[in-house]
Design a protein around this ligand. Structure first.
Ligand SMILES: [Zn+2]
Length: 267
């Protein structure tokens, strides 16, 4: 309850995995209709989401594959200029655990090169498909990342420990039930049904003073009825008056400071 900055009871973090059509380009390169779907994000959804975030005065984190930066550069630059954070998310939305060591290193290199072209050096990473290997963590440490957001073992951020040693990374845990993709895309739930999953989870997190990390995908959440639902949910959170809306970077920085004297053995 007393973990968060003074005056705040719980933390809400809003993140968008800005995949655009990276996954389809890698998986089904000749399916031009499938590839078109991801373009809904830069064309329609992201501008709509940015306007919503401005209205509610919330800053978010966009985990963005290098492909999205290279192909939809203006859109990503717009996100940055509106004050939001960019995190790394592979190059073509690769399944990192299926790659050779050299190929995984190359993915990170290409991803960071794309970001550097628009003057961004991400300090946070979220694995595509949330597939992370031990090797991935070593790469994150070597490349100077400060936090990861791919594990599912808590509803509070924590110091990421591997083999009894602090990696230097803060983990911002995620969870399938707080991800728009399986709910809307896989299970075809209505906005009302998703609201009825997210709202009680938030209320419980609020009561306990913990961390509510919501993962959305622009092409999924950016449809009108879903975005209206998200606006209603976020507005109700804001009305509480003591919810800390923080980007992943802000949450990780705060957690590192708060836990600086204690290294919990979380494996
Ligand atoms: Zn993704």
């Amino acid at each position: 309850m007393d973990f968060w900055p003074t005056g705040y009871r719980c933390c809400v973090n809003l993140s968008f995995d800005y995949d655009s059509n990276s996954d389809e380009v890698r998986n089904v390169p000749f399916d031009i209709v499938a590839r078109s779907r991801g373009r809904f994000a830069p064309k329609v959804a992201v501008p709509r989401i940015l306007d919503l975030l401005d209205r509610l005065e919330i800053k978010a984190t966009f985990f963005t594959p290098g492909w999205t930066v290279d192909m939809f550069t203006g859109s990503v630059e717009n996100i940055v200029s509106r004050g939001h954070e960019i995190g790394a998310h592979g190059y073509l939305h690769e399944k990192l655990t299926e790659l050779s060591f050299e190929a995984e290193e190359d993915v990170f290199h290409k991803s960071l090169t794309a970001m550097a072209k628009i003057g961004v050096k991400p300090i946070g990473f979220r694995a595509p498909y949330w597939l992370v290997g031990e090797r991935t963590i070593k790469l994150l440490m070597r490349l100077g990342f400060r936090y990861d957001s791919s594990f599912m073992d808590n509803d509070m951020p924590y110091k990421l420990i591997r083999r009894q040693k602090y990696t230097g990374l803060i983990e911002l845990p995620i969870e399938w039930m707080l991800d728009d993709w399986p709910l809307f895309e896989t299970n075809k739930k209505s906005p009302e049904a998703v609201y009825n999953i997210w709202k009680p989870e938030f209320e419980g997190i609020y009561e306990l003073g913990r961390y509510f990390g919501l993962t959305c995908h622009p092409q999924t959440i950016g449809r009108v009825s879903r975005l209206n639902m998200l606006e209603k949910l976020l507005s109700e959170m804001k009305e509480k008056g003591d919810v800390w809306f923080a980007t992943c970077k802000e949450t990780a920085d705060w957690t590192r400071k708060k836990l600086s004297s204690s290294i919990r053995k979380e494996t």
